[in-house]
Design a protein around this ligand. Structure first.
Ligand SMILES: Cc1cc2nc3c(=O)[nH]c(=O)nc-3n(C[C@H](O)[C@H](O)[C@H](O)COP(=O)(O)OP(=O)(O)OC[C@H]3O[C@@H](n4cnc5c(N)ncnc54)[C@H](O)[C@@H]3O)c2cc1C
Length: 312
């Protein structure tokens, strides 16, 4: 692999988007936590992304794809390798027909909900308030109040990098993605570029009510005033991770500035200068307590990324 400055220069020469060296990740995550990424690239369109993957196919470098960083815990040491941030430069949205939308992965979930509700298209109105990009939402098969983004997905366009004819742009059907609770199948050298979603015709007023209801519920029960990454753990089958943590008396428990929210026990909030190591220690503590007292092993929903070493 080339040095990071050399690689940044080589990428910068070929793409329009921004390329940064030692980019602080805390500013790019909703947790407001995380050390620097060696390299951060923000592609400004499909052409940029394809050029970038051509370069990556020739380099031996770790790559992390991110959207709005709302489901990530980035380590304090930061990320070795390259981060591709899919955002505003890849957020086009186009209605192909009355109920079929073609939309890029950098578009926000909230924008798509607004656009569909306005047109009387149902199926994702209850996802309003999820602060992610569509790329991140499909990767996580994000869901709320009985709706999941994957249910409306028709197909995904995936960019793959790697040697020879492995790289390029490919279409994947939903069966290939194997969408399931907060996960789907995607190889490490693949990322989402765009999607087609088909929605259900419904009454715009009713949809708007459901959208508002979902937002109201979030504001009532989630600590939205504090930096967090949403639910820390997945709900075990038939159970609520938040309830399990609450039953162990852990609401308000803290490690440094990382605190288990009093409002929702499955949220860890950053009450100031929490480090990733503190969040992780608190996660371990919650996991151990829930296992010891309730006999249930919680599984992380948030993604731990970056270089951890002996931080824990
Ligand atoms: C206050 C709050 C409330 C939340 N509520 C919910 C909720 O109700 N339901 C829910 O499911 N989630 C919820 N979340 C979690 C989070 O918002 C979702 O998982 C969201 O969909 C993640 O999108 P993102 O763009 O932020 O992804 P990121 O956090 O940037 O990335 C998440 C994962 O997706 C991958 N990824 C991102 N973009 C791409 C791409 N283009 N191609 C391939 N992989 C990609 C990343 O590598 C990573 O593995 C909440 C988070 C917060 C902070």
């Amino acid at each position: 692999m080339k040095g990071k400055h050399q690689l940044a220069e080589a990428i910068g020469r070929r793409i329009k988007g921004r390329v940064r060296v030692d980019a602080p990740m805390a500013a790019l995550t909703t947790f407001r936590i995380g050390g620097p990424a060696d390299l951060l690239v923000e592609p400004m369109g499909t052409e940029d992304l394809l050029r970038l993957t051509e370069i990556l196919s020739q380099e031996d470098i770790e790559v992390l794809v991110m959207g709005r960083g709302s489901n990530l815990l980035v380590s304090d040491r930061g990320i070795r390798g390259l981060v591709i941030r899919i955002g505003r430069g890849l957020s086009r949205l186009r209605f192909e027909s009355k109920d079929l939308v073609d939309v890029e992965a950098g578009c926000s979930v909230n924008r798509l909900v607004r656009e569909t509700v306005r047109r009387g298209l149902g199926g994702i109105e209850r996802l309003f308030g999820i602060p992610g990009s569509l790329g991140g939402a499909v990767r996580m098969n994000a869901g709320a109040f009985g709706q999941e983004i994957g249910e409306r997905l028709q197909e995904a366009w995936v960019v793959r990098w790697g040697p020879g004819d492995q790289s390029g742009l490919f279409k994947k059907g939903t069966h290939e993605l194997n969408l399931r609770y907060r996960d789907c199948d995607l190889d490490r050298n693949e990322m989402f570029l765009k999607f087609k979603f088909r929605f259900i015709l419904d009454d715009p007023q009713l949809l708007e009510e459901r959208r508002k209801e979902a937002l109201f519920w979030r504001k009532e029960r989630q600590p939205l005033g504090w930096p967090s990454a949403g639910s820390v753990f997945k709900n075990p089958p038939g159970m609520s991770a938040g309830e399990l943590i609450e039953r162990c008396g852990l609401k308000g428990k803290s490690v440094g500035d990382a605190v288990i929210s009093e409002k929702h026990a499955n949220f860890i909030i950053n009450q100031g200068r929490a480090t990733a190591a503190e969040v992780r220690r608190l996660m371990e503590l919650a996991k151990e307590e829930v296992f010891r007292r309730e006999g249930v092993l919680l599984e992380e929903e948030i993604r731990l990324v970056g270089e951890w070493g002996d931080d824990l």
